[in-house]
Design a binder for this molecule. Structure first.
Ligand code: FVH
Length: 294
């Protein structure tokens, strides 16, 4: 879906992701003004029809809708230092922490802009390829999202997660953190078979299917966290699972594999069991991770 006629917009930041975003807006017929700290990165986009600005201020002045896709929050501050943001609709797709996003929203609003933060759940080759499943999480000004949702949906799907400007970053980092946990488990699994006559390419579909089958457990965890009831309907009690952990550690030892990825999680399971929670599933580990105050 795209606005009719296509909305003009400006884009600051033409790294790998910014350039991919720019190409999709240009291909969809959106008049686009671009700025990048290193000007040469705009050349290929100019050849596709983008207007280029020598300055960030010029790109911001060119359009009401201004999208930022820079390295980090410091680069956003550097790029927009002294730039008049009055009346602009800023959409910041730069990866930041939730606190940085909230502070940047307040900073933008003090300067007369509406602010929407975004967390990109995609890599550059997924941009402009709807079937790749990439999307962008948005939070902040609901009015801005309503006004520009069609334009923002051109490069990738959109998911609005609330008026709190920090929520897109929070969801983004939470999802990516879970991904790294999955990568860690997969690394350990591949290490276990690495020195054996097991073809990793034959092993991979078994691993992928197992991870897919187990991924549904997050819904049970979520329901338990919401209800506060951690013991009802438990299929694999913590006590049983902890009893199995020596087998996993001994297998790692036998295979000459460091347990350094697995051991911290097993340590948390044992701590929860020691608190007398053997009838629960693994949900209680979530609470063990919470510090007294952020
Ligand atoms: N690429 C990816 O796979 C991930 C996917 C998920 C989302 N991330 C985040 O997207 C932001 C941009 O990422 P990127 O891939 O475009 O990053 P780079 O190719 O490294 O380009 C960085 C751009 O930022 C400009 N820049 C850096 N520092 C400054 C500064 N102090 N002032 C102004 N601009 C700055 C840089 O300019 P230049 O080096 O070309 O002059 C690039 O335009 C990012 O938050 C990812 O975490 C991408």
């Amino acid at each position: 879906m795209t606005a009719n006629p296509p909305t003009s917009l400006s884009l600051l930041g033409l790294g790998a992701m910014g350039s991919a975003l720019a190409r999709t807006w240009l291909a969809a017929g959106h008049p686009l003004t671009v700025w990048n700290r290193t000007p040469a990165r705009a050349d290929s986009l100019a050849a596709l029809g983008a207007k280029t600005s020598d300055t960030a201020a010029g790109a911001v002045a060119a359009n009401t809708l201004v999208v930022l896709c820079l390295l980090d929050d410091d680069s956003v501050g550097a790029a927009l230092d002294g730039v008049d943001l009055t009346g602009r609709d800023l959409v910041n797709l730069t990866t930041t922490t939730p606190a940085q996003a909230r502070a940047r929203a307040a900073w933008a609003e003090e300067r007369g802009a509406r602010y929407l933060d975004g967390g990109i759940m995609a890599v550059p080759p997924m941009i402009g390829v709807p079937e790749a499943g990439g999307y962008v999480l948005y939070s902040g000004s609901a009015e801005l999202f309503a006004a520009h949702g069609a334009t923002l949906a051109v490069p990738a799907g959109t998911t609005y997660v609330g008026a709190d400007a920090g929520f897109a970053a929070l969801h983004d980092v939470a999802l990516l953190s879970a991904m790294y946990g999955m990568f860690a488990g997969a690394a350990h699994a591949f290490a276990l078979i690495r020195r054996e006559a097991v073809d990793p390419v034959a092993f991979a579909p078994l691993l992928a299917d197992w991870l897919t089958a187990m991924s549904g457990s997050v819904h049970g965890t979520a329901a338990r966290l919401r209800s506060g009831e951690y013991t009802g309907g438990v299929v694999s009690p913590l006590a049983m699972q902890v009893a199995g952990t020596p087998t996993f550690l001994a297998t790692a030892e036998e295979q000459g594999v460091s347990p350094e990825l697995l051991a911290p999680y097993f340590g948390l399971m044992r701590r929860r069991l020691a608190e007398g929670s053997g009838e629960e599933d693994l949900t209680g580990v979530v609470d063990l991770l919470l510090r007294e105050s952020p």
